[in-house]
Design a protein around this ligand. Structure first.
Ligand SMILES: [Zn+2]
Length: 234
């Protein structure tokens, strides 16, 4: 069900699902009833009770949506909430889960949660910084990141011009495949963007293409989507 799962702060968990949880996306020509049943099973495993993960309609854009109540998914590639459980779907793109805390007297905190879908366009457009700005707008301090499994810099082959274009904006993405052709290292680009904004990376996931239990679009274009998840316990 969960490739990786951890209670990262008291009462707050982060997880990334695997192929046992199954395809969680409605947009990949799967049976919608089956997808919704899998999402319900995932929510039960996470202990959400009556609550639901908020999914979004991801379009490789730069829109960050603030989620105050569960509802129809926004068209966005990042979401921020102050407690609503959030989900981001991927199969090679970089799923990022973020957590910040709003300190208040005498010694309590309110969590600020976020998820980000960072594919090649999102890394080039720096959707990471747009999301951090939104979180800090809600008072989040001391933000940490969990960077989930995604295709690695030795596997993600791209045309030479594309490598040049993206690396011109985010130099850390410049890479070469293990077989010697031009590539992009999106996880390295994301890490650079996070660290430039003083965000601590607490976890970095494996390569999806090299891990059979994780969905990879480059391995099979008829593939599902796994999810990066964050939720508060209740
Ligand atoms: Zn790889």
């Amino acid at each position: 069900m969960f490739w990786w799962r951890k209670e990262v702060r008291p009462g707050i968990s982060v997880a990334f699902s695997d192929d046992d949880a199954g395809n969680l996306a409605l947009h990949v020509a799967d049976n919608p009833d089956d997808v919704m049943a899998r999402r319900a099973r995932l929510e039960a495993s996470a202990g959400l009770g009556e609550r639901h993960f908020q999914f979004m309609n991801q379009v490789h854009g730069k829109t960050v949506a603030f989620i105050s109540a569960h509802g129809e998914g926004p068209t966005a590639d990042a979401m921020v909430s102050t407690g609503q459980p959030l989900a981001v779907m991927v199969a090679d793109c970089v799923p990022i889960v973020l957590l910040g805390e709003v300190p208040h007297e005498p010694n309590g905190t309110t969590p600020v949660l976020a998820v980000v879908h960072a594919g090649r366009p999102g890394v080039a457009a720096d959707i990471v910084s747009a999301t951090i700005t939104e979180m800090r707008g809600h008072g989040a301090a001391s933000i940490s990141a969990w960077v989930g499994p995604s295709i690695c810099g030795e596997c993600y082959e791209v045309p030479e011009q594309l490598r040049a274009d993206v690396a011109a904006v985010v130099p850390e993405t410049w890479s070469t495949t293990s077989w010697g052709t031009p590539a992009l290292d999106l996880p390295a680009g994301v890490r650079a963007q996070l660290e430039a904004l003083d965000v601590t990376v607490e976890y970095a996931g494996e390569c999806t293409l090299e891990t059979p239990q994780l969905y990879s679009y480059r391995r099979s274009q008829q593939t599902g989507r796994f999810a990066g998840l964050v939720w508060t316990h209740e």
